[in-house]
Design a protein around this ligand. Structure first.
Ligand code: NDP
Length: 329
């Protein structure tokens, strides 16, 4: 996937970017153009959440939309043009107690950095049912675009009432014979245009005011599969079992911020806290951008915007530090 380097022991960088969604790659583009030679840790989902989506219709500049993975690929290539490099591993340890900051990756390779930009994004939430774990990958999924194909001609369920649920339900009708959309309330929070698409899709059946109590499955010849869901109507109390082969959750996301617990300030949901109108965290020289610090807008374009801000913040911070060093000597 384009330029990559092998991490040498204690490699030093001016800017290390952790995460490679629109925020991280935009931070890489801007810090690359500022001659800061950023090193991006892309992790195991290079490109982030947009790589598991299909059509992105609301990213400015693409009149007819663009596929999520293609958008991320183009963003990465654009950043590489200005000297950014990638390592396709996760950072597993950070020490921000003194400068330069110390980082360790999953292969125990060590890095130091003058500034760090955190753009680790967010991951899909789960209902928390034991059966979700048992049948994960065997009929349970949180990514219709990744797994929809496996359910050709079958009946599937999508849970959720936001834009993601609408998008997933619509997408799944390309493959599935029927999509049952289950939502816990009597109204969707999704945007009107997305709701309308779902409501006018003859292959989608809505089940409002309903919660999933259990995913039902079987394990035959060491092969697990989903065979149904048990659903309760929270208004009438009625419990129903519906035969389905696939189960997709689309109930939102949680920030990927565990690595920074006790180090960077975060809110009660784990979103990193940045200072007003900047991407500065509580640690000078560490910046945060994208969905890991945004519980409100959560858009590719806003993530990219904050990625740009974080890179400018890092550049200015380095300039000030360099000036301070120069007048000391
Ligand atoms: P949201 O947080 O918007 O919606 C989550 C949905 O899941 C809500 O309907 C919520 O119900 C439901 N939910 C949450 N927890 C549970 C639970 N434990 N059990 C059952 N249901 C639950 O997340 P999305 O991922 O849908 O969207 C995130 C952001 O991304 C939004 O800003 C959205 O607009 C944007 N987006 C835009 C797209 C586009 O424009 N193409 C595509 C996809 C997302 P309730 O409503 O009752 O709280």
């Amino acid at each position: 996937m384009g330029t990559s380097i092998n991490g040498a022991a204690s490699e030093h960088c001016k800017v290390i970017i952790i995460g490679s969604g629109p925020a991280g790659l935009t931070a890489a583009l801007y810090s690359g153009r500022a001659n800061l030679n950023p090193l991006i840790f892309e992790g195991h989902q290079p490109g982030g959440q947009l790589t598991i989506t299909t059509e992105v219709e609301n990213y400015p500049g693409f009149e007819h939309g663009i596929q999520g993975p293609e958008l991320m690929d183009v963003m990465r290539k654009q950043a590489y043009r200005f000297g950014a490099k990638s390592i396709f591993r996760n950072i597993t340890e950070v020490d921000f107690s003194s400068r330069p900051f110390k980082l360790t990756d999953e292969e125990n390779k060590k890095y130091t950095a003058d500034t760090v930009i955190v753009s680790t994004g967010a991951s899909a939430k789960w209902l928390g049912l034991e059966s979700e774990k048992i049948y994960m990958g065997y009929g349970v999924s949180s990514c219709a675009t990744c797994d929809g194909f496996f359910f050709r001609g079958m009946k599937v369920v999508v849970v959720g009432g936001g834009d993601t649920a609408m998008e997933e339900a619509n997408y799944l009708t390309r493959h599935a014979s029927e999509v049952i959309l289950i939502h816990r309330r009597d109204e969707f929070r999704a945007s009107k245009i997305m709701q309308d698409r779902v409501k006018s899709n003859p292959k989608v059946t809505l089940m409002m005011n309903c919660v999933v109590e259990e995913i039902l499955g079987k394990d035959e010849d060491n092969k697990k599969s989903v065979v149904g869901v048990r659903v309760k109507n929270v208004v009438t109390g009625e419990v129903k079992t519906i035969p389905v082969s696939g189960f997709f959750t689309a109930i939102g996301h949680e920030p990927n911020s565990k690595l920074f617990k006790g180090i960077l300030d975060m809110d009660e949901n784990g979103y990193l806290i940045t200072k007003k109108s900047t991407c500065e965290t509580n640690i000078e020289g560490v910046f945060a951008c994208g969905d890991v610090q945004d519980n409100y807008y959560k858009q590719a374009i806003t993530a990219a915007g904050t990625g740009c801000m974080a890179a400018i913040d890092a550049e200015r911070y380095l300039e000030v530090k360099e000036y301070e060093e120069s007048i000391k000597n």
